[in-house]
Design a binder for this molecule. Structure first.
Ligand code: ADE
Length: 230
C-alpha cells in the first residue's frame, strides 16, 4: 500500500519530509512529488499549494501517476464548531464544499459531502491516543472547504448556520472529491491555527507552525503504527 500525503503549505509537510527516506523527487506543477518510505511504508508526499484546484490536481496525480492507494491530507484549519479551540485537532468524518451552488448536486458525483475512510480514521485516532499532548484535544467532524480564507465573525456564523462544520480550510473537500473519483480511501487531519473569526489573521500567523507540526506528527505516528496490532 502506497500512501499519498498532501499538505497545502511547506510548513504542513516539512516535518514529514524530514522523516522520509527519499528515493526520488519529481518536479511538477511548480512543486515536487517526493517518493520514498516513512517507517517502512511507501509514500508519495507533495506540497500541493493552496486552494481546491491545486489540491485536486495533486491528489489526482498522486493516484494516477504515482500510484497512491490512499490519500491523507494534513495541515491547519480555522475552528468553526463551538468548543473547538486553537491547537485542537479535527479528524474528518466527511468533507464538502461551502462555495458550491445546490445545482451541482444534480451532476456527477451528485453529493455534497464525501465520507472519510473509517479504517484510516481509526488508525488516526490510535495515533492521537499515542501522543500524550493531544489528550482531550481530538475531535471527529465535518470539514468544510472553499477558495476563501474565513476571517470574520459574520461569514463564520453564516457558514455554521448552513453547514455545522467542525472546521474550515481550503483543500480537504477537493482532495476528498478527487479520491472519490479514483475510488481511493482518504482522510483529512487538521489542527486549528485560528478560529475563523475577526482575529483569524493574527491568530493564524501566531499558530501556523505549531498547528502544522501537530498534524504532521499525527500522520508520522499513523505510519509508525500502521500494520501493528491495535
Ligand atoms: N486555514 C487555516 N485557517 C483558515 C481559515 N480561517 N479559513 C480558511 N482556511 C484556513
Amino acid at each position: 500500500m502506497k500512501w499519498g500525503i498532501l499538505g497545502a503549505l511547506d510548513a504542513e509537510i516539512k516535518e514529514i519530509r524530514r522523516h522520509m527516506h527519499i528515493d526520488r523527487e519529481t518536479p511538477l506543477f511548480g512543486t515536487a512529488f517526493y517518493e520514498g518510505t516513512v517507517s517502512g511504508h511507501d509514500v508519495v508526499l507533495v506540497c500541493c499549494g493552496v486552494g481546491k484546484v491545486n489540491a485536486a490536481v495533486c491528489a489526482a496525480t498522486a493516484c494516477d501517476r504515482f500510484g497512491a492507494d490512499c490519500i491523507v491530507n494534513v495541515g491547519i484549519a480555522g475552528a468553526m464548531a463551538p468548543g473547538l479551540h486553537i491547537l485542537d485537532v479535527v479528524v474528518s468524518s466527511e468533507a464538502g464544499f461551502h462555495d458550491q451552488d445546490m445545482v451541482m448536486l444534480d451532476y456527477y458525483p451528485k453529493r455534497a459531502f464525501f465520507p472519510a475512510d473509517e479504517p484510516l480514521a481509526a488508525l488516526c485516532l490510535r495515533a492521537c491516543d499515542a501522543i500524550p499532548a493531544l489528550a482531550g484535544r481530538v475531535h471527529r467532524g465535518r470539514i468544510l472547504s472553499g477558495d476563501q480564507f474565513v476571517g470574520d465573525a459574520q461569514t463564520k456564523q453564516a457558514l455554521n448556520a448552513r453547514f455545522a462544520p467542525a472546521c474550515v480550510e481550503m483543500e480537504g473537500a477537493a482532495i476528498a472529491h478527487a479520491a472519490f473519483m479514483f475510488g481511493k480511501p482518504y482522510l483529512v487531519i487538521r489542527t486549528m491555527s485560528d478560529s475563523a473569526d475577526d482575529a483569524a489573521d493574527e491568530t493564524y500567523d501566531n499558530f501556523i507552525d505549531e498547528a502544522a507540526h501537530t498534524s504532521a506528527t499525527i500522520v508520522l505516528k499513523m505510519l509508525e503504527l500502521s500494520g501493528s496490532p491495535a
